[in-house]
Design a protein around this ligand. Structure first.
Ligand SMILES: *Cc1c(COP(=O)(O)O)cnc(C)c1O
Length: 439
C-alpha cells in the first residue's frame, strides 16, 4: 500500500517511510491510496484484535505474526463499553498506562517503529507537540527504547500539574521542553523542525503527533471493539447502527473513525464534540476555516485552534483545502456523515455534575464535552461516546463539579511525587534548533 500527501506535491511513500517521516516533504499529511472494504469480517463473530490485524496488515504489509505480537502487547488493557441508558453508552479508552486514549496510538507506533529501526540498525529522533495527553502517552510508549530519542514540546502553564509530571519526570531518552506559548506555538515549532532541511541533514527526525499515520491506524481498533460490544450485548438487530461521538481537538481520533467506517464498519454517523475552540462546526456551516486564537478550556487536550487532521477528513471527501461554497455537494455529503457540536464550559461542568447525580458515573471534562454533545444532538440513534481520559487526570475540576473526592489511580499517585525535569524555551524556532543540534 502506498501513501500520498494531502498537499499532492511529494511522491507517494510506503508505510515504513510514511511512519518514520511523519510529515510528507511538501508539509502535507500521509493518506492511504485505498481503504479496503472488510465488511465481511464484521458479520462474523471475530475478535476485534483479529480484525484489527487483518485491516492494518492491508495498510502496512507488516508480517502477520509480528503485527499480531505488536497489537497484543500494545493493547494489553480492557476497553469496556458502559451502558448509561438505552441510547447512551460510554466506551472507556482510558485504561492504559497514561490513562488516556492516546495510549493506543502511541504504544502501537513505538513498537512498529522499533521493529523497523531494529531491522535496519538506525537511530531516530522524535519531536512531538502536545496539549497534554499526547506527550505523556508518547513518553511512556517510547521510554527506555535505546534507538529512539523523544523531544516533547508542551505549553507552559497550560496543562495540569499531573499532565506535566507525566511528561517531565521520565528522563533518559525523553526530553521535556516547556514552551512559553500555547499549543499552536508548540505545533508550529515541531512542524518547523520537521520541515527544516538543514536539520534533517544532520539528524533522522520524525513526529509522533496524530499527524503520523502510524498513530491513526491502530485507533481503528476501539471502534471495532466498541461496535462489537454494542452489537453483541445491546443491539442484536443489524439494522440499528450506532453513532460514535468523538471529543475532538486535532481530529485524529475522528479520522481513525472514518477509516474504520470506510473499512466496512457500520457506523451510522459521527458527532464531533468540541469545546469553545469551534473552528470545525463553523467550517461545516460556512465552508471556511478561519484563523483563530486557541482558547483555554477545562478540556485542554482539545484546545486546538486549527486542527491538523482536518486536512485528512476533507481529503477523504475530496474537498480542497481552501474556502468553498456552502452549497458544495461534497460539503453537503460531509454534513450528512458528520455533525459537529460545540459545548460551552458551563455545559461541560453541568454535564459532569448531572451524569454523576443520575448514574453515579464520573466523567472527565473531555468525555463530558462528548456526552453533552450527545445529549444536544437531535439524532435519535443510540450514541457511543468515546471516553478519552480518566477523570482522575483532571481531579480538581471533576471534584469541584461533583462535590466529592475521587481517588488517584496508583500510577498517577507515584508520578505526582516525582520532581519535574524540563527545559524552558521561548517561541522562537532558533532556541529549539539549538537544543536539537546540541545533543
Ligand atoms: C488528544 C485528546 C483529545 C482529542 O483527540 P484528537 O485526536 O486530537 O481529536 C480528546 N480528549 C483527550 C483526553 C485527549 O487527550
Amino acid at each position: 500500500m502506498k501513501f500520498y500527501s494531502t498537499n499532492k506535491q511529494s511522491k507517494s511513500a510506503d508505510f515504513k517511510t510514511a511512519l518514520l517521516r511523519g510529515l510528507a516533504d511538501d508539509g502535507g499529511l500521509y493518506m492511504p491510496n485505498k481503504i479496503f472494504n472488510f465488511q465481511f469480517l464484521f458479520f462474523n463473530d471475530l475478535k476485534s484484535k483479529y480484525i484489527t490485524v487483518r485491516v492494518i496488515q492491508r495498510f502496512t504489509s507488516l508480517p502477520k505474526t509480528n503485527l499480531e505480537k505488536i497489537i497484543n502487547e500494545a493493547f494489553n488493557f480492557p476497553v469496556p463499553l458502559v451502558r448509561l441508558n438505552k441510547n447512551l453508552y460510554i466506551l472507556e479508552l482510558f485504561n492504559g498506562p497514561t490513562l488516556s486514549f492516546k495510549d493506543f496510538g502511541a504504544r502501537f507506533m513505538a513498537r512498529v517503529m522499533n521493529y523497523y529501526l531494529k531491522k535496519s540498525r538506525q537511530h531516530l529522533n522524535i519531536i512531538v507537540a502536545t496539549s497534554g495527553d499526547t506527550g505523556s502517552a508518547v513518553a511512556a510508549g517510547f521510554y527506555g527504547l535505546s534507538n529512539i530519542k523523544v523531544y516533547v514540546l508542551y505549553p507552559s502553564k497550560r496543562i495540569s500539574e499531573l499532565q506535566e509530571k507525566q511528561i517531565a519526570t521520565f528522563g533518559k531518552n525523553i526530553v521535556a521542553l516547556e514552551v512559553k506559548g500555547d499549543f499552536d506555538d508548540c505545533q508550529r515549532l515541531a512542524k518547523q523542525a520537521l520541515n527544516d532541511e538543514s536539520l534533517r541533514a544532520k539528524m533522522h527526525l520524525s513526529s509522533a503527533n496524530s499527524i503520523n499515520i502510524g498513530r491513526l491506524l491502530p485507533q481503528m481498533f476501539y471502534y471495532f471493539s466498541g461496535y462489537r460490544q454494542f452489537r453483541t450485548r445491546y443491539a442484536k438487530s443489524p439494522k440499528l447502527n450506532p453513532i460514535f461521538v468523538v471529543p475532538s481537538g486535532n481530529f485524529g481520533n475522528l479520522t481513525a473513525g472514518f477509516f474504520a467506517q470506510k473499512s466496512g464498519l457500520s457506523i451510522k454517523k459521527f458527532i464531533a464534540a468540541v469545546n469553545t475552540n469551534s473552528g470545525v462546526p463553523e467550517y461545516l456551516k460556512t465552508g471556511r476555516l478561519s484563523k483563530r486564537k486557541t482558547k483555554m478550556t477545562y478540556s485542554n487536550a482539545m484546545d486546538v485552534g486549527i486542527p491538523s487532521n482536518w486536512a485528512r477528513i476533507l481529503d477523504l471527501y475530496g474537498i480542497p483545502m481552501r474556502n468553498i461554497n456552502v452549497n458544495d455537494e461534497k460539503l453537503e455529503k460531509l454534513n450528512q456523515d458528520l455533525e459537529a457540536i460545540t459545548v460551552s464550559e458551563s455545559e461541560t461542568i453541568k454535564t459532569i455534575r448531572e451524569i454523576y447525580k443520575k448514574y453515579g458515573y464520573i466523567l472527565d471534562p473531555h468525555t463530558a464535552v462528548g456526552v453533552a454533545a450527545a445529549l444536544k444532538s437531535k439524532s435519535k440513534e443510540p450514541k457511543i461516546v468515546l471516553a478519552t481520559a480518566h477523570p482522575a487526570k483532571f481531579k480538581e475540576i471533576v471534584e469541584k463539579a461533583i462535590g466529592a473526592k475521587i481517588a488517584l489511580p496508583k500510577t498517577l499517585a507515584k508520578i505526582a511525587k516525582k520532581p519535574k525535569k524540563s527545559i524552558l524555551i521561548g517561541k522562537d524556532y532558533s532556541e529549539l534548533k539549538k537544543i536539537l543540534i546540541g545533543r
